[in-house]
Design a protein. Structure first.
Length: 161
């Protein structure tokens, strides 16, 4: 067997994946206004990894490793992004992985909030105004500082109207 075939078949080590994602992974919960629905705010959890074009290959290996998600080019910074947005995949694949191979420090704290929000959504609790309010509060405590399309106050006001 030639060296090229050995490299192509090489599986990622879960400990390496966790170490890599400790620095490069991001757990995010964003929100979209949905004025025609009740509640008027849609919750959108996402796990992502961004890499410059020259190291984008690692994203394809991560997609294969987790067996979910998609890869797209991020137009604003000309990088590639591996992203998992499906709640089912987040609950069935991403969360169990990080429960088994945990993050450290601030990343772990963000993960725990992310997990709580995803599991709450999985139980359809995010459709309750009081729970949605808690989700918004918790999501805005993650990944500080950060830029968001809507302020926390704007979203809270919208769900109360």
């Amino acid at each position: 067997m030639c060296i090229k075939n050995i490299k192509e078949k090489k599986e990622l080590n879960p400990l390496w994946v966790s170490g890599f994602l400790q620095g490069e992974g991001c757990f995010t919960v964003s929100f979209t206004k949905r004025l025609s629905s009740k509640p008027k705010v849609e919750v959108r959890p996402s796990f992502s990894v961004v890499q410059p074009i020259k190291t984008k290959q690692v994203l394809f290996h991560l997609k294969k490793f987790f067996d979910c998600g998609f890869i797209r080019i991020s137009r604003n910074d000309n990088c590639y992004r591996y992203e998992v947005r499906s709640l089912k995949d987040l609950v069935d694949k991403i969360i169990p992985y990080f429960d088994q191979f945990p993050m450290l420090f601030e990343k772990e704290a963000n993960y725990k909030i992310f997990k709580k929000i995803c599991l709450s959504m999985h139980r359809n609790q995010h459709k309750n105004i009081k729970t949605l309010e808690i989700i918004i509060e918790e999501a805005y405590s993650m990944n500080l500082p950060g830029s968001r399309k809507y302020s926390k106050e704007e979203l809270l006001k919208l769900i109360m109207s």
